[in-house]
Design a binder for this molecule. Structure first.
Ligand code: NAG
Ligand code: NAG
Ligand code: NAG
Ligand code: NAG
Ligand code: NAG
Length: 906
């Protein structure tokens, strides 16, 4: 079903011409696996396949000595190098090292060594490789969580870029006229806090992307809306139970008229769109698929230990390799139990060279989950979502089930027990791919250059954000639920001193809901107010001016607050402008001249006053002469600091991390190229070694030639196996291959010539005959025309030229062929077939050209050959509206070359 749908959708976005191609990558970064989608004009809108042609990619990165692996290659390495394989990193994004909850969820997986992130001046988590292969040997090989996730995202990005044939640009083209490049949208759990969202965003930045983030539920909802209409508003629940968490998001679909920002519909300011509003959510971070794997693994381990008591050297909990293998097996067993009531399990030589044979029934599995207290928690998420949004179940049109764990019977049972009956379940949505497809669509909805069904998503977070001002006054600036406006401006009239304010989650949100993270988010300082007014204050002029401070806060990505801009506005109240006041207003020029863009730039205001270019100087001087300025806008530096100890990555940290990733990528690519070159060389050596004594090869070569080939093969083999060849670079490997090719290719050429010569000779002989016939006929026709004083298709000199060519080629062919016929098979060729074919083609082309000509309409034949005019030369004309006179036509062609048709450009 999904393929047909996607093929249909591809047509709706086909409208953009290929030369300004662009696209959007959607990434659904999950705890266990990642999916990538690509929306690009001309391509079917679909999931991007992994290197092993799978539709999902394990969220893993691993190192095998110095080689870094991704996806299933990485996941498969876990059983051999559990300490160098990293999975489940999503549990750790944006969490403090001391945060037991984040670590506990991750700790069950592999025995990954987590350390405080020493590279950063905060308390986030880093991972340390068990095996230290750092090249410079300075300390252990440590990566921040953002780097680990960034590597995985960069892998997804690379796959999409290969598919798209173009690269990610580093920002969204909010503006008209941005061509090319790929935008990115990444899904984020709806319950992620600001720190966690920031951390995911930073990871994407490390991977060279500045993505839009979209909550999982919103992405699924967008996917749902892609193929449906909503004449009346409908509320749905997206119940998403995945490897990392369970969440239920309540969304409302409606059809509304919205502001059109499409440059393709100039004139129209409004358009009809499906609007998706995220009303709220319930969730449970503990109710996840990975914890179920761990429960199954621990049971299998228990069975093994029980059966082999006394025979094993130490408990499995101290045998990381065995545990890693069992975890993989547990995942398989869990899947089997979704469809069967019993699963048997076998792992060869699990530990201490003892095989594991065990089994688990669905009933046992369910009672283990029950015992862990997890069963009701899956369904509770749905209940919480209804409670939080105060939407009653009867108003829910359907419950859309997504996420792998919704296939597990106990999760479904939990949902039923929570009062969500099966007849509400909509299972006609692709549970694995709805999110990643919706994410790309979401990304594309910001780009007016895409023509597609209009869907506007007002994403939401479940936490209201509150601004507490200096005087203690608190107000909600970004409420929970659907957010349409992500910028808010606050004005402080009369402000004459520095301002500070606090941003936090609504204090009524309990710490449990925030997963133990704190309510406080940021503190903001506007430190330049006093400094800028200091002179007026000391001179006692403060009473003569009106001041006000404006600050604009942005929730971008949604849930993460930034200071978009801040400035101080000073206006003269009344009376003459004197003394310090005069100086004050003359510094920055008048209010009208400072553009908003300049005001945005915190550092511009002062610099601008000195670095006047001539045009602004004149502008500023004019009003200054007539009427001194009485108003100033001064950009303020709004510093925003995270209240907790988890900080966004600084520019420097991002750069270091990106560079490190880039270097690792280059090393990896170089290594891949080297391996490729080595494989090619080896394959070539084997092929030639097998060929050299074949009968056909012997016939075409002298024994001395074969001996030197054999000798070279031996040398190359020795070289490859020696240390020198082992460490050889790509270029050296290529040189070696060429050294053998040089010996082999003349012989291969002879062999090939034998195969193709016959055909080439026949072609040439045919062309020759054709040419002679043509010449005879044409001469006869020309003579006839001249006698009758009529126009002719050809001139005599043209035919002379042709005859000359014919004779020359004929002579060349006869001579070469005679020589070739005398040659033995093992001698080099003197009549190269390619050349023969080329000459034959030239002859037949000339004939064709002459034959296509039309006789010019009764033109008096000139005595001698007139030079061919443009009209006579006419070859099949390019499709053009109407043939015009030569000169004009030439101009038009030129015109078209410099101004390609406009309609396709957008
Ligand atoms: C690092 O953090 C400490 C404590 O939060 C702070 O005092 C110090 O200034 C920070 N250093 C840097 C370089 O940011
Ligand atoms: C400050 O913000 C208020 C409220 O948004 C707005 O009306 C006013 O024009 C702004 N002042 C300046 C100088 O931009
Ligand atoms: C802001 O100021 C910096 C430093 O003077 C400058 O490099 C940058 O281009 C400015 N940005 C804008 C938007 O004016
Ligand atoms: C401003 O400066 C530019 C370059 O320095 C010069 O070409 C231009 O003529 C000047 N304009 C005026 C009005 O002086
Ligand atoms: C010569 O004239 C005849 C009769 O008009 C025509 O069929 C033939 O194609 C002409 N040959 C050439 C080579 O132009």
């Amino acid at each position: 079903m999904s393929n047909m749908l996607t093929a249909l959708l591809a047509i709706t976005i086909l409208s953009i011409s290929a030369c300004h191609a662009m696209g959007v990558i959607g990434i659904d970064y999950g705890t266990e696996s990642m999916k990538v989608s690509l929306m690009k004009p001309g391509e079917p809108f679909d999931v991007v396949l992994s290197r092993d042609s799978k539709r999902k990619i394990p969220s893993a990165v691993a190192w095998k000595v110095q080689e870094r692996l991704y996806g299933s290659d990485a996941a498969n390495l876990a059983s051999r190098y559990p300490g160098d394989t990293f999975i489940g990193a999503k549990f750790l994004l944006g969490r403090e090292y001391d945060d037991e909850r984040g670590r506990a969820r991750h700790a069950g997986l592999l025995n990954t060594k987590l350390v405080p992130n020493a590279q950063r001046n905060d308390t986030t988590i880093a991972i340390e490789r068990e095996t230290d292969y750092t090249i410079n040997k300075e300390g252990a090989d440590v990566y921040s969580i953002e780097e680990i996730v960034g590597m995985q995202l960069s892998h997804g990005k690379a796959l999409a870029e290969e598919q798209a044939g173009e690269e990610v640009i580093r920002s969204f083209p909010g503006t008209i006229g941005t061509y090319g490049g790929l935008d990115v949208a990444i899904t984020v759990p709806v319950f992620y806090t600001a720190a966690e969202r920031q951390s995911l965003y930073d990871a994407a930045q490390v991977a060279g992307m500045k993505p839009k983030l979209v909550s999982d539920g919103a992405a699924v909802a967008i996917n749902y809306a892609m193929t449906r209409t909503f004449p009346k508003p409908e509320k749905h629940m997206i119940f998403d139970s995945g490897a990392g968490s369970t969440s239920a998001t309540i969304v409302e679909f409606s059809t509304k008229t919205i502001q059109a920002d499409s440059i393709l519909s100039i004139g129209a300011t409004q358009k009809e769109a499906i609007v998706v509003d995220v009303l709220g959510a319930g969730w449970d971070r503990e109710a996840n698929g990975m914890v179920l794997d761990v429960i199954v693994r621990d049971e299998l381990a228990r069975q093994f230990e029980e059966k082999n008591a006394g025979k094993i050297s130490k408990p499995l909990s101290q045998q990381p390799r065995a545990l890693a293998r069992l975890l993989k097996e547990a995942n398989r067993v869990k899947h089997i139990l979704s469809a069967n009531s019993e699963a048997s399990s076998y792992v060869e030589m699990l530990a201490d060279e003892i095989d594991f044979r065990g089994s688990l029934s669905r009933q046992q599995f369910e009672s283990l989950v029950e015992k862990a207290g997890l069963t009701p928690r899956f369904g509770q998420a749905a209940k919480d979502a209804l409670d939080q949004t105060k939407v009653s179940l009867k108003d829910i049109t359907s419950v859309i089930l997504v996420g792998g764990a919704t296939r597990i019977p106990l999760v479904q049972a939990s949902l039923r027990s929570a009062g969500i009956p099966e007849d509400k379940w909509a299972q006609n949505v692709n549970a694995d791919e709805a999110g990643v497809m919706g994410a790309a669509y979401f990304g594309a909805s910001f780009n007016p250059q895409f023509r597609m069904k209009a869907i506007k998503a007002n994403d939401g977070t479940p936490y209201s954000i509150v601004l507490r001002e200096q005087d203690g006054k608190a107000e909600t600036i970004f409420p929970a639920g659907a957010v349409e406006e992500t910028l808010i401006t606050r004005t402080y009239p009369g402000a004459t001193d520095d301002l500070s304010m606090q941003i936090s989650y609504d204090p009524s949100i309990n710490s449990e809901k925030l997963d133990g993270q704190q309510n406080a988010l940021y503190s903001i300082e506007l430190a330049d107010v006093h400094k800028n007014l200091a002179e007026l204050k000391t001179e006692g002029h403060l009473d003569n001016v009106q001041t006000s401070v404006n600050i604009t806060l942005a929730s971008q990505p949604l849930g993460v607050v930034r200071v978009a801009n801040a400035y101080l506005h000073v206006k003269q109240k009344s009376g003459g402008v004197v003394g310090a006041l005069k100086g004050f207003f003359n510094v920055g020029g008048s209010a009208e001249e400072e553009t908003e863009e300049e005001a945005n730039n915190a550092t511009t205001a002062d610099a601008d006053a000195d670095a006047n270019d001539n045009s602004t100087t004149t502008k500023k001087e004019k009003p200054a002469k007539k009427q001194p300025p009485t108003e100033r806008h001064i950009a303020l530096t709004g510093s925003i600091k995270p209240a907790g100890s988890v900080h966004p990555m600084s520019t420097g940290e991002l750069k270091t991390a990106s560079d490190r990733l880039y270097v690792a990528d280059v090393v990896m690519r170089k290594k891949a190229a080297r391996e490729e070159a080595r494989n090619v060389l080896e394959a070539y050596i084997y092929r030639i070694r097998d060929t050299v004594d074949e009968e056909y090869f012997k016939k075409a070569s002298k024994s001395a030639e074969r001996d030197s080939i054999k000798k070279r093969i031996q040398e190359l083999n020795d070289w490859l196996n020696a240390a020198e060849g082992d460490s050889a670079e790509t270029a050296a490997l290529k040189v070696k291959r060429v050294s053998l090719e040089t010996l082999v290719s003349p012989i291969e050429k002879r062999i090939n010539e034998q195969r193709v010569r016959g055909k080439a000779v026949r072609t040439f002989e045919k062309a020759l005959t054709q040419g002679k016939t043509f010449l005879t006929e044409a001469r006869a026709n020309l003579t006839e025309a001249m006698q009758a004083n009529l126009a002719s298709k050809f001139t005599a000199s043209e035919l002379d030229t042709f005859e000359h060519q014919l004779e020359k080629d004929s002579k060349w062919f006869e001579e070469k062929k005679k020589a070739q016929d005398k040659r033995a098979l093992d001698e080099d060729v003197v009549l190269p077939s390619a050349e023969v074919e080329k000459r034959a083609k030239k002859l037949t082309d000339t004939i064709k050209k002459y034959q296509k000509r039309r006789v010019p309409k009764s033109r008096p034949a000139k005595k001698e050959s007139p030079p061919p005019t443009k009209a006579e030369e006419e070859v099949p004309p390019p499709p053009e509206p109407e043939a015009k006179a030569g000169e004009q036509k030439g101009e038009e062609e030129k015109d078209q070359a410099t101004h390609p048709p406009r309609h396709e450009e957008l």
